[in-house]
Design a protein around this ligand. Structure first.
Ligand SMILES: Nc1nc2c(ncn2[C@@H]2O[C@H](COP(=O)(O)OP(=O)(O)OP(=O)(O)O)[C@@H](O)[C@H]2O)c(=O)[nH]1
Ligand SMILES: [Mg+2]
Ligand SMILES: [Zn+2]
Length: 292
């Protein structure tokens, strides 16, 4: 039995696929307590054409998704988040922002992909993303069905996680980037204005030695209960220059006199809608913490 290292490219509940120098290997995990996520670098003991994961190497990052009930890790060692949106089905700007906040909390940079540029409603979707592009988030507009080239430079030397609501075209992007990947995609439901939750597991696709792209299941919700008020405030990148400058050290940025964030929002230096989002998320987090 040989010990070797590899990267988990797919994680099902107790089964894993690990890419090693000598090919892909189906693996199980040793014991009940080792938590293994797509993207993890692992040590495996190989026995013929299967393996057992014995250790997870230290992670550079770990991204979570949570709803009101549970928190689940999506992927490890991601270096860039790409939030995929499209004009149809419609997307929630708040969900987009929540994803980006979770990534900022892990020190991961984010990128916006506006897919389905062939749709006539695309300029309106672009306008909706303005609060995010204005504060510096890069945006790539493209149509995965016709040309994925505009995205390629942004993927170089990154492990990019594609995230977003169902039906935005994440798997279609994967198929365009990796001809032969054969990932299943599905038409969204016009009646429900929503995708069909076609992808059920995260899957890593290697672009080259330094770059990879991970497809993930469509999100409905993205709760941030795992981030406290301070972490939340720092995750709003445009707030950072103002933090620590309020009159009161324990300022909650709600109604306090001398709050620099409220002043900045009033002066139009930061977006009032973003401050409002912060206040909403802070209250949600506060209430969740009180229930525990
Ligand atoms: N018009 C148009 N349709 C697209 C484009 N890209 C994807 N689609 C369509 O959008 C639908 C949803 O695509 P998927 O790739 O399955 O979406 P997904 O984001 O992976 O969805 P989940 O796996 O459910 O999260 C499919 O019918 C695609 O053909 C595009 O550039 N233009
Ligand atoms: Mg999909
Ligand atoms: Zn304040």
């Amino acid at each position: 039995m040989a010990v070797l290292t590899g990267q988990v490219i797919a994680a099902f509940s107790r089964r894993f696929i690990v890419a090693t120098d000598s090919g892909e290997l189906p693996c199980q995990v040793k014991g009940r307590h080792l938590r293994v996520v797509c993207g993890d670098q692992v040590e495996i003991r190989r026995d013929h054409d299967a393996g057992v994961i014995e250790a997870v190497l230290p992670r550079a990052s770990l991204l979570y998704r949570s709803d009101a009930f549970k928190t689940k890790a999506i992927a490890a060692n991601v270096t860039q988040l790409a939030v995929v949106v499209a004009a149809r089905p419609s997307f929630s700007l708040e969900v987009v922002q929540r994803c980006i906040l979770a990534a900022e909390d892990q020190g991961i940079a984010s990128l916006l992909i506006l897919n389905k540029a062939d749709l006539p409603e695309t300029p309106a979707a672009l306008e909706r993303l303005r609060p995010l592009t204005e504060i510096g988030y890069p945006l790539v507009t493209l149509s995965a069905l016709s040309d994925v080239a505009p995205l390629c430079p942004a993927l170089h030397r990154h492990t990019t996680l594609l995230i977003g609501q169902s039906g935005m075209g994440k798997s279609t992007l994967i198929n365009a980037l990796f001809p032969g990947a054969g990932v299943v995609t599905a038409e969204y439901s016009e009646a429900l204005d929503s995708g069909r939750h076609t992808t059920t597991h995260a899957r890593l696709h290697r672009l080259d030695a330094e770059s990879a792209v991970i497809d993930s299941p469509g999100l409905q919700e993205f709760a941030l209960q795992h981030m406290d008020a301070n972490a939340l405030a720092h995750a709003f990148i445009e707030f950072r220059p103002y933090l620590g400058q309020c009159r009161f050290r324990d300022c909650q940025h709600e109604h306090e006199p001398g709050c620099r964030l409220i002043e900045a929002a009033t002066a139009g230096e930061i977006s009032p809608a973003r401050l409002q989002l912060f206040q909403t998320l802070r209250r949600l987090q506060h209430n969740a913490a009180q229930r525990q």
